[in-house]
Design a protein around this ligand. Structure first.
Ligand code: NAD
Ligand code: ZN
Ligand code: ZN
Length: 346
């Protein structure tokens, strides 16, 4: 089969012919119908050889959708041909976190050598994908896999980040979304559907600001050195009740802290360069502002999000690419010229 693989540290990913895998005991083989391209892959591929933690070649893609093509020994209750999406942050299934559906925070994954597809295990940007357990599949019925696959990360990550702060998003409050790309454009829609907060979106170009408004942002502000002042002009002294930073470089983290209000949540989702930090302390940050950096979301949350998609309230912007065009999708992601999510359709 064909797969998009990261082969050489520092080089572009390559389309390569590799053996089609067979499902082992307990595993499921999916024929991939769609696979999303996430900015975290760009972060991983920008790591120097000494910091790169996975074995190469690595088939990319941690957002996957497919139809069940075969099941391994012992797998029950899953019909061939079922259309599914993949819950990506695989855990052991047995620890306290996994028992809560929080496999994204599995206490034993590292020790057991369990990695998400595309981030250690072979990923979804291929004709076929091995999923380690039927537990990691969510049926999507008649939903379009191409428009639905971004929900497994570009949807699930903001859904988790927003859900934990819903109590703070009262009528009249402001939510700020920094970075209106793959994750950010879903975050804006989720904020609009799940809360009555008003939404201010930030990005670096007029095109992106228009895009943010088209998916539901009430206000859009250029993300420059004056961004915090311009956001404060909109929110007034109260500031924002929730700030979601989908960029995570020091300038955006500083903007996030500068627009946060008393008793707010500042949620840093973007990886940035992996070095930025928020300063918290008396007289430095707003009273009772809480700063967190969450990772992905829970299994239950992905099921909820697919249920929300069935309501038809989400409009996921997708740019389609073939497997052969995979390297081009990553070039466009790095250049910041995508509108929404790049999805590869093998
Ligand atoms: P993306 O490239 O689709 O979107 C990023 C957006 O940010 C683009 O619209 C870009 O124009 C905008 N942007 C860039 N610099 C900016 C700035 N200084 N101010 C405002 N906007 C700016 O990326 P994505 O796939 O949506 O991922 C977003 C971030 O979230 C990445 O850092 C990614 O690694 C990270 N991520 C984290 C998790 C997690 O679990 N914490 C999960 C998925 C992705
Ligand atoms: Zn991702
Ligand atoms: Zn676990």
């Amino acid at each position: 089969m064909q797969a998009l693989q990261y082969v050489t540290v520092g080089a572009e990913p390559e389309v390569r012919e590799i053996p089609t895998p067979e499902p082992g005991p307990g595993q499921v083989l999916l024929q991939v119908t769609a696979a999303g391209v996430c900015h975290s892959d760009d972060f991983v591929m920008s790591m120097p050889a000494e910091a790169f933690g996975f074995t190469l070649p690595l088939t990319l893609g941690h957002e996957g959708a497919g139809t069940v093509a075969a099941v391994g020994e012992g797998v029950r209750g899953l019909e061939l041909g079922t259309s599914v999406v993949v819950y990506g942050p695989w855990g052991c299934g047995n620890c306290w976190f996994c028992a809560q559906g929080m496999e994204n925070y599995c206490a034993r994954a590292a020790e057991l050598g369990i990695f998400p597809p595309g981030l250690g295990a072979p990923g979804a940007i291929a004709e076929y994908l091995i999923v380690d357990s039927p537990r990691h599949l969510v049926p999507i019925g008649g939903l379009d896999p191409v428009a639905t696959v971004p929900l497994t990360d570009a949807g699930l990550t903001p859904y988790h980040a927003i859900k934990r702060s819903l109590g703070k998003l009262r009528p009249g409050s402001w939510a700020v979304v920094i970075g209106s790309g793959g994750l950010g454009h879903v975050a804006i829609q989720l904020l609009r559907h799940l809360s009555s907060a008003r939404v201010i979106a930030l990005d670096v170009s007029d095109d992106k600001l228009q895009f943010a408004k088209s998916v539901g942002a009430h206000e859009a502000v250029l993300s420059d050195a004056q961004a915090a002042d311009n956001v404060r002009k909109i929110t007034g002294a109260a500031g924002a009740s929730l700030v979601l930073d989908f960029v995570g470089y020091q300038p955006t983290v500083d903007t996030a802290m500068a627009v946060a209000g008393v008793d707010s949540d500042v949620t840093i989702v973007g990886l940035g360069d992996g070095k930025s930090a928020a300063r918290v302390g008396f007289g430095i940050s707003p009273y009772e502002a809480a700063v967190t950096s969450p990772y992905w979301g829970t299994r239950a949350e992905l099921i909820e999000l697919i249920d929300l998609a069935h309501e038809g309230v989400l409009d996921i912007a997708v740019e389609r690419f073939t497997l052969d065009e995979g390297p081009e999708a990553y070039r466009r992601l790095a250049a910041g010229t995508l509108r929404g999510r790049a999805v590869i359709v093998p």
